[in-house]
Design a protein around this ligand. Sequence first.
Ligand code: LER
Ligand code: MN
Length: 268
Amino acid sequence: MKSAVTICQVSEAAEGPFVFHTPLPEAFASAAAAGFDAVELFLPDADFVSVEEIQTLSATYKLSIAAVGTGAGMVRHGLSLFDKADAALDFIYQMIDFGGKLNAPAILGSMQGRRPADMTREDAEIRLAENLRKCGERAKQSGVPFIYEPLNRYETNHFNRLADAAEFLDKHNLENVVLLADLFHMNMEETDLPAAIRAAGRHVGHVHYADSNRRAMGLGHTDPTPVIEALREIGFTGFLSAEILPLPDPETAARQTMISICSLISAQ
Ligand code: LER
Ligand code: MN
């Protein structure tokens, strides 16, 4: 398992669960100083910065790119797969292609949107499946997977739990789509975190490593030891990415995350 930390460049998400909000060179330097393997990027759009610039930062600071978020499509441009769907899919494709050039998968989180009141659950599921199929195929062209993230009930009315999302991927034969286990959302929705990870193990491809209160692991009431044990058992070798509030300050949140990860992963 590898460590990653979030960098956000989206002003509308200044209060969001991201550790570093400084300009990219500074944020990469902070991530490297804290000892992370990689960064996860939350950018306004795919034209915000060139692929070459990210490659240079990545090489300079010896940080790979764990993933790229697509949530700015929602928070900045008001798009989702259930609202202005064509523009939303286009935005996601651009982020998939951008990330693909950096060997990084894109994430569908907030951009999955909500099922409208006049749409049945069955129709919404089919629409979501069609879009995930397209995104999985698009990502395949770059040789990366596409990441689908179940969110808590206040953020989506599609899938809130890993097992339901895993069953959905199987039912629709969605290839090249993996699940994101965000421990913050899971704390709200799952009965048992390690059991949920084991049950969906075949599909888990990325982890948002957050404590129960969305602070750095160790600053809330989640016990990460059995969570890491379950991830080890399912053979997870991806990123534990700190998508957390920068509290009490970004450097402390980053340092605390690395203390947690290093204490649990040192045997690897
Ligand atoms: C939103 O709560 C979240 O967890 C993000 O990863 C989705 O964009
Ligand atoms: Mn998340």
